[in-house]
Design a protein around this ligand. Structure first.
Ligand SMILES: Nc1ncnc2c1ncn2[C@@H]1O[C@H](COP(=O)(O)OP(=O)(O)O)[C@@H](O)[C@H]1O
Ligand SMILES: [Mg+2]
Length: 250
């Protein structure tokens, strides 16, 4: 594929003698919602860590719009537009939802204190933060302590703080995990919404979410890609069926 926004070739991550990710190739097309699925321990989260630079590669190459990014530090990769959704633990529970989004926006602009003192800047910041909360259906929760938000709203806040960094490529690691059906529906809707104008790569265990949301599915097992295609294609792939059954019986 020549129009891949993110091109990954042979990425490998060894922990001692064990290869958690073993020669993975990915072509992520501009604007798609790309799922990364596979049994527990397949190497999905490690792949994400390699894509964002939060773990160094053992070998392999990653390029973003034709520019090599492998080996760059995580903050530089984030500046270039690849951002992973924050974990709930990185949300400040004692601050309001609004304050959390403002912090994330400030983080994007850097910590120039004189800049932040200007009244006008603070107003713009407030407006932008409220926009983001609105996109995520969180306006009525703006002044609620993040720690007091229901679980599904907390996950939505996590996505809001990630969007504050205005990623071109948004990585979501199990965005619906631990959610009830109603919250899952809401998160699916909002992923579809935030995917407009950006590329999304998501690890997702809920296969009906994958089927309904993702244009392309890559299946990992034991650190390797065992199938890649649309949902229908991979769902009937024998290796995929085997990997899932094998994992269920393990
Ligand atoms: N820091 C680490 N040190 C040693 N082994 C690790 C480390 N991180 C992950 N692993 C191992 O790598 C494999 C893949 O893990 P992970 O990427 O978290 O899988 P997944 O997200 O697909 O469930 C697992 O066997 C896990 O135990
Ligand atoms: Mg994982």
């Amino acid at each position: 594929m020549t129009d891949a926004v993110l091109r990954v070739r042979g990425i490998t991550k060894s922990f001692g003698a064990f290869k958690a990710v073993d020669g993975v190739d990915l072509d992520i097309a501009e604007g798609e919602i790309h799922a990364l699925i596979g049994p527990n321990g397949a190497g999905k989260t490690t792949c994400f860590n390699l894509l964002t630079g939060s773990l160094p590669l053992t070998s392999g190459e990653i390029s973003l719009r034709g520019n090599a990014i492998s080996g760059l530090p995580m903050d530089e990769i984030a500046r270039r537009g690849i951002v992973r959704s924050y974990q709930i633990s990185s949300i400040f529970p004692d601050f309001t939802a609004l304050a959390n989004v403002r912090f994330a926006l400030q983080q994007k602009r850097g910590t120039n204190f004189d800049f932040w003192r200007s009244e006008r800047t603070l107003e713009q910041l407030h407006g932008r933060a409220m926009d983001l909360l609105d996109q995520l259906g969180l306006v009525e929760w703006a002044n609620v302590r993040a720690g007091d938000l229901p679980y599904g709203r907390k996950r939505a806040l996590e996505i809001a703080t990630t969007l504050a960094l205005d990623p071109q490529i948004l990585l979501l690691d199990e965005p619906t995990s631990g959610m009830g059906r109603e919250d899952i529906g809401r998160v699916v809707d909002l992923i579809r919404k935030v995917a407009k104008g950006r590329t999304v790569i998501m690890v997702e265990h809920n296969l009906s979410v994958v089927e309904g949301l993702c244009n392309h599915v890559t299946v990992l097992a034991r650190g390797r890609v065992i199938a890649s295609g649309n949902y229908r294609e991979v769902a009937r792939n024998e290796k995929v069926v085997e990997a899932y059954l094998g994992a269920a019986h393990a």
